[in-house]
Design a protein around this ligand. Structure first.
Ligand code: SF4
Length: 460
């Protein structure tokens, strides 16, 4: 008999909405939600087994409700996702499940790549940690081929740990089409989505850039061939999905590849609208034209800071001037833009943060995200902060939308938090901004999502 596999997004004891995208996790402050990217990718790999998905966050299940569903399915294997915002909650729940169910428990998260020993030694009910979410060796592990497995760190029967070496992997990888129909994609919500339902598609992992505050740059950039992505998009079109969120950390990393993908989408008659993450250094007129013609309408772009010294210190690889040009170019081609900013990087002052707030207004972007700087496990910034005594190596729980866990320079955590709240108010409560948003609504559905978002942001 085929093993029964459960892909689990663990409930939170507070029933708050948390997002997990494998690299990071954070609470949703603006009522947005989408299923975890790593579980979607893994669903394709395990598609030949009997697979069930429980997304307890999307369905707002309590611990007890989720437990009842798990016990009723009685899986042989549970694959769960977690991250720095929730792993304490998630492991508490899973320990309880493991005490009631004899199953193989496998975790997926970038934190496991960098701290496998900590998690395997301190949480003996974990059977394995997935270190490569694109690897078919996950299946080998489930079916019993373990000793030379390169995708999973685990505890051997004698108690010793088997930690695969981080090897060079092929730059191009293909994936079986993920089992999107098992995920509650009709519950996905985003103010950026133009149409519903929308689904997540991941076309690459890692990132070719090496920003020092970010864990993704520590992982090799690898991507799927265009034909492999088209196969997944064709299946999503058949399911009735209207909108795609390309959830790659840096979707636009290769112009050639993205232009080829846009051309193939047009040629195959794929009529999606879509949103993606983009890097300032990669965007040019030619690529924007192709992206627009294939349904692209919104780009999420990492700006991070308005201060060039801060950008250079963290190896962002962009200039403030270039950022301004690129935002103008996106607007010229009719793209809406979301600018990501980070507030409270070590070395920041009150003045650099105020500069960043001013830039957020000057860019005339449609959305802005002001994340609190977090010491992501695996990032160069974390190592520096630990060396400088700004952070304890034991600090493993944090959330970029919550109160800071560390501060550097001459700012306190309280000041960083106050400035972040000020940034949100300054950006979103401008009458001119509210007017612009209202006049650009295309449907009642879009208006409803925006009102829900505003309510969640300002009256949680
Ligand atoms: S470009 Fe984005 S994803 Fe890549 S390392 Fe920098 S912040 Fe991370």
């Amino acid at each position: 008999m085929k093993p029964k596999i459960l892909l689990l997004h663990v409930p939170h004891r507070t029933r708050k909405i948390y997002l997990h995208d494998y690299y990071t996790s954070y609470s949703s402050k603006a009522y947005y939600y989408w299923s975890p990217a790593d579980l979607i990718l893994i669903s394709g790999l395990v598609r030949d087994f009997e697979v069930k998905v429980i997304d307890a966050i999307a369905e707002r299940l309590s611990f007890a409700e989720c437990e009842a569903r798990i016990l009723s399915f009685s899986p042989d294997v549970i694959i769960f996702t977690t991250g720095t915002a929730t792993w304490d909650n998630d492991l508490l729940f899973l320990q309880r499940i493991k005490a009631k169910l004899n199953c193989l428990l496998l975790g997926s998260s970038a934190i496991f790549i960098f701290e496998p020993v900590y998690f395997l030694e301190n949480f003996p009910f974990l059977d394995g940690l997935i270190l490569d979410i694109t690897s078919p060796e996950i299946i080998d592990f489930i079916t019993g081929s373990r000793d030379d497995n390169r995708a999973i760190a685990f505890r051997r029967q004698d108690g010793s740990l088997r930690l695969p070496r981080r090897e060079e992997k092929e730059k191009v990888f293909t994936l079986p089409v993920p089992l999107h129909d098992l995920f509650p994609y009709h519950l996905n919500r985003s103010p950026l989505a133009r149409r519903k339902p929308f689904a997540l598609v991941v076309t690459s992992v890692g990132c070719p850039y090496s920003c020092r505050f970010c864990v993704v740059g520590s992982l090799k950039y690898r991507y799927r061939p265009v034909e492999n992505i088209i196969e997944e998009l064709q299946y999503l079109q058949k399911l009735g999905v209207k909108e795609i969120m390309f959830n790659d950390p840096t979707f636009t990393a290769s112009r050639k590849r993205i232009i080829a993908l846009c051309q193939a989408m047009k040629a195959k008659g794929l009529n999606f609208t879509w949103v993606a993450n983009a890097h300032v250094a990669t965007l040019n007129e030619k690529m924007l034209k192709y992206m627009k013609a294939s349904g692209g309408h919104t780009l999420m772009i990492g700006v991070e800071s308005a201060n060039q010294t801060i950008l250079d210190r963290y190896a962002k690889g962009i200039s403030v001037e270039k950022t301004k040009q690129v935002f103008r170019l996106c607007q010229k081609y009719g793209f809406r833009t979301l600018a990501y900013f980070i507030i409270g990087l070590p070395g920041e002052t009150r003045e650099t943060i105020l500069e960043t707030i001013r830039l957020s207004l000057e860019l005339d972007c449609d959305f802005a995200s002001f994340a609190i700087a977090t010491p992501d496990i695996g990032s160069a910034m974390r190592e520096e902060a630990i060396k400088q005594g700004l952070l304890s190596p034991e600090t493993r729980i944090f959330d970029s939308t919550a109160f800071p866990v560390f501060a550097g320079g001459n700012l306190s955590k309280e000041e960083i938090w106050r400035l972040r709240q000020q940034a949100i108010r300054k950006f979103y409560l401008r009458p001119s901004y509210i007017f612009k948003r209202l006049t650009r609504m295309r449907s009642w559905q879009e208006l409803k999502v925006h009102l829900e978002q505003a309510q969640a942001m300002f009256f949680p």
